[in-house]
Design a protein around this ligand. Structure first.
Ligand code: FAQ
Length: 328
């Protein structure tokens, strides 16, 4: 544990303060850390980075599906998709609130998103080309999100952990609605089945990338796990996701686009091909197929909403002034 602290904070073991030791002891004992309590600066910064990026992912993640609301094939599908996209907005708001308890404002976080200083999940930089993509996003993307977020319900920071509990309940509905679309398509006409296969082919590797780089290239995992900001390594979760998802693809009668996919009896899991990590790093640098479009849409929404934010501030000021006059 100490070696891990040394790595992130640049402190030698001797430099760790009594507060650092006491803090780590609380984490090791499974205690939750609450907003007003003392915490190392590195812990606070890591949480702001992870929770902030997670919040941005939920908000930007509305775009690829929002794109399909008007084109959903039935009224029922339209209602379901609309509810799901609204849920993602709610998740973003819980997470921005959790980040605010660490002393950063929502405006600051959004400014960092808009300037490219903060990231959001790589997956949302891929296009959604057909209705089957709505099935594959729910099944694979929400499926990967659940795999990552269920353990985060036990994360050490109280507000983050509590936000995760609610988010996971909703994500599980999202995953099922995606799988239901895939079932319909995979059991439909040959053309529909082909659309479902095509969506799986395009979204499989980007979904595997959601868990982050392989453990040897993950810069934050060791420290984040020592602090229980992350509960598993990226590769552990990716393996669990593959093991859970392959039988679901088989049930659909679809083929996972990986010639090296093979059950490994000894490890009790599948062997599978690594995603193209050059592509991943290129996407998170801002060069994915839709990065510019996604960020452009968020910046436009922010600019278009300026009049509304200004009106709300003016209204609040007027109300406060009226209260002051009445109190005199
Ligand atoms: N995309 O050292 P690590 C959702 C960056 S929610 C972009 O391993 P860490 C719901 C990482 O930030 C999806 N960047 O990093 C939904 C770092 O760069 P930095 C979001 C990535 O933080 C569904 C660098 O690479 N979920 O989908 C990605 O320990 C459908 C080195 O990586 C969360 O955010 C990536 N995939 O582990 C919404 C969950 N992976 O910051 C709408 C919480 C890594 O130093 C529709 N987050 N990077 O510049 C986490 O669990 C972690 O932050 C990881 C990354 C696992 C994502």
């Amino acid at each position: 544990m100490y070696a891990q602290l040394v790595k992130s904070e640049g402190k030698s073991k001797a430099e760790l303060t009594p507060e650092d030791h006491a803090f780590q002891a609380r984490i090791d004992a499974g205690e939750k850390i609450e907003p007003k309590e003392w915490m190392p600066e590195g812990y606070r910064k890591t949480l702001i980075r992870q929770i902030g990026q997670h919040a941005h992912s939920e908000i930007v993640g509305q775009l690829p599906e929002g794109n399909w609301i008007t084109r959903a094939p039935t009224l029922e599908r339209k209602q379901i998709l609309l509810a799901k996209v609204q849920d993602e907005a709610g998740h973003g708001l819980y997470l921005y609130c959790a980040a605010e308890t660490l002393g950063v404002s929502r405006d600051e976080l959004l400014e960092k998103l808009h300037s490219g200083d903060m990231k959001y999940s790589s997956i949302f930089n891929y296009p959604t080309l057909t209705w089957a993509d709505m099935g594959a996003v729910g099944w694979l993307v929400d499926g990967a999100a659940i795999m990552n977020q269920v353990p985060l319900q036990r994360t050490s920071y109280g507000p983050y952990s509590r936000a995760m509990i609610r988010i996971c309940k909703e994500e599980s509905f999202h995953q099922r609605q995606g799988y239901a679309i895939m079932m319909k398509m995979a059991n439909g006409t040959p053309e529909q089945k082909q659309m479902a296969q095509d969506a799986l082919n395009r979204l499989w590797y980007p979904s595997l990338m959601m868990f982050g780089p392989s453990d040897k290239d993950s810069v934050h995992s060791v420290q984040s796990m020592a602090w229980k900001i992350k509960m598993n390594t990226n590769d552990e979760l990716r393996q669990k996701f593959v093991d859970q998802t392959v039988p679901q693809a088989e049930y659909l009668g679809l083929t996972v686009p990986d010639p090296n996919l093979k059950w490994n009896e000894e490890k009790g899991g599948y062997d599978f091909s690594e995603p193209d990590w050059d592509e991943f790093f290129n996407v998170i640098k801002g060069n994915g197929p839709c990065n510019k479009e996604r960020l452009g849409a968020r910046v436009k929404a922010w600019d278009d909403g300026a009049w509304y934010r200004e009106a709300m501030v003016a209204h609040a000021k007027k109300k406060a002034a009226r209260r002051t006059v009445a109190a005199e």
